[in-house]
Design a protein around this ligand. Structure first.
Ligand SMILES: Cc1cc2nc3c(=O)[nH]c(=O)nc-3n(C[C@H](O)[C@H](O)[C@H](O)COP(=O)(O)OP(=O)(O)OC[C@H]3O[C@@H](n4cnc5c(N)ncnc54)[C@H](O)[C@@H]3O)c2cc1C
Length: 476
């Protein structure tokens, strides 16, 4: 029976009758979200012997990395290990990635490789399907209500990995959440990513080399390894200022940043759109951001053509399928990781993996306040980021007050500053594989993820080649 519009006490209401739902699937481990975290979780759970299903609203795997076109793993290749390393290696073998200080990759190759990898492990896929609600058995999540063109139905599982990027399962199940910055809940800006084609990269590089004062002094922001296809350029400060004096560009633009630059193809990813004061879980905000993203894109294209040597014939080659959301909800887990833990090299007996990430501690890292890359932003313009290797405790994957769910990806329990590290793709894969292992072991035991024997989780992770503690990685 469809919903009906009615009038009750003079008010217009819409009534939906209770109904029973068909059961679309029932498996050991359901992974919500097929981003990099969900991909790693599904591969890990399947490798531990679980029957696994990924539920994904999009048409591909990879999430922000593919549909969102964020084609850079922000970890040096030498520091990658475990399932993330396997994913990198498959991409490299397929000619779709270029290892180095950051690993830039071809998002179209990633989509194909991801489908191949899950098929090889027998992971089930339900694409074009959105999770609309959770099904509870007391404090325990035991199913998802999903919607797609076919029906509204139920997907049941013994365990769930929430890799939705927005903690959709945990939030709907009533777990406590953090949102944005600890003090005021403001979030990092959104960015619509797009690629420019038609570039004469040699001429762009000539300008960069001739004007070092016009670019960030951080060699990590300025990667100019042409042979290794590791090119990232952050600056063009004076050109941006000149364009702004002419009324081109937008207030929040203080630099022009291109990365994943491909000299032979004449293409580059533009990561310069910045939209502030928007919440990725608010549909009106996301709508506004998509429209504003396109407006800024047109201005950036005009800027590139008119001001940047080598970009005179630039055109928009393609644009991400959706706006890039850096930050929304994170769970309050059994432990909250802090930047002090990361910078101080905290040791955690329950570590499920390490990540290596270059940062300026206490720098803005896409501050919700804006001014990123402005002359006053010393951290971005002048300081040199350091490589931090840090441990991630298992407790950060466990949402409080509910059972049946393990978190993976950018929604784990970390405060806003620590999220500047853990939200990056390699870290999302590290937590993804651990969530997949924990979910599989709990499903097999018929128990809760919280009650698992830690040594069993760590042994399974080591079996994948995962390094669990600092000091096991180069550069730590
Ligand atoms: C502009 C931008 C630049 C970035 N730069 C870098 C960088 O240089 N290097 C780096 O390493 N990282 C970078 N990041 C961060 C990184 O890309 C993301 O944090 C990371 O990819 C998140 O992965 P995830 O798997 O946790 O979530 P996501 O990639 O968001 O995946 C979540 C998946 O779940 C699906 N989903 C969500 N809700 C539902 C639902 N209700 N039902 C069904 N499906 C659902 C989504 O469609 C998506 O596929 C950047 C991010 C952005 C936005």
């Amino acid at each position: 029976m469809p919903a009906r519009i009615e009038t009750q006490d003079g008010q217009v209401i819409v009534r939906e009758d209770p109904r029973s739902l068909p059961i679309a699937a029932s498996v050991d481990v359901v992974v919500l979200g097929g981003g990099v975290a969900g991909l790693a979780a599904a591969l890990a759970a399947a490798e531990c012997g679980s029957a696994v299903l990924i539920v994904e609203r999009g048409n591909c795997l990879g999430g922000t990395a593919t549909a969102g076109m964020m084609t850079l793993f922000y970890t040096p290749y030498r520091c990658a290990h475990g399932i993330p390393r396997r994913i990198f290696d498959r991409l490299i073998m397929a000619g779709g990635a270029f290892p180095g200080e950051v690993i830039s990759f071809d998002h179209e190759v990633f989509k194909s490789v991801a489908f191949e990898m899950v098929a090889e492990r027998g992971v089930g896929l339900l694409l074009h399907t959105i999770c609309a609600d959770v099904i509870m058995d007391g404090p325990r999540v035991c199913g998802l209500v999903v919607e797609n063109k076919g029906a509204r139905s139920a997907v049941l599982g013994r365990m769930f990995v929430d890799a939705s990027g927005d903690a959709d399962i945990a939030a709907r199940a009533g777990a406590p959440m953090m949102l944005g910055r600890d003090t005021d809940r403001k979030m990092r800006p959104m960015s619509l990513l797009f690629r420019l084609g038609g570039l004469d990269v040699d001429r762009v590089l000539d300008y960069v080399r001739a004007h070092p004062e016009d670019f960030s002094r951080d060699p990590n922001q300025m990667l100019l390894d042409v042979e290794g296809r590791n090119i990232r350029i952050f600056g063009f400060f004076s050109l941006v200022e000149a364009a702004k004096r002419e009324g081109l560009l937008f207030d929040d633009c203080h630099y022009f940043r291109i990365e994943a630059v491909m000299p032979d193809r004449g293409t580059a990813l533009v990561n310069t759109v910045r939209i502030y004061d928007v919440d990725g879980t608010n549909p009106e905000h996301v709508t506004r951001a998509e429209i504003e993203g396109r407006r800024q894109q047109r201005k950036l294209l005009e800027f590139a053509r008119r001001f940047v040597p080598g970009c005179e014939r630039a055109y928009v080659l393609d644009t991400a399928s959706h706006i890039g959301v850096r930050e929304t909800r994170r769970i309050e887990g059994d432990y909250v990781l802090t930047e002090e833990d990361i910078v101080g090299g905290a040791h955690f007996a329950d570590s499920i993996g390490v990540d290596s990430n270059r940062q300026n501690p206490h720098g803005p890292r896409h501050s919700p306040d804006g001014m990123e890359g402005a002359a006053s932003d010393i951290e971005t313009r002048q300081l040199v980021a350091r490589l931090f290797t840090y441990e991630i405790p298992y407790r950060c994957l466990l949402p409080r007050n509910i059972e049946g769910v393990v978190m993976a990806g950018r929604t784990i329990s970390a405060n806003h500053a620590a999220d500047g590290y853990t939200r990056n793709q390699p870290a999302c894969m590290v937590t993804g594989q651990a969530a997949g292992v924990a979910a599989a072991l709990a499903a097999r035991a018929g128990g809760e993820a919280r009650a698992l024997n830690l040594q069993e989780i760590q042994a399974a992770l080591r079996g994948f080649g995962t390094r669990l503690h600092r000091g096991e990685l180069p550069g730590s």
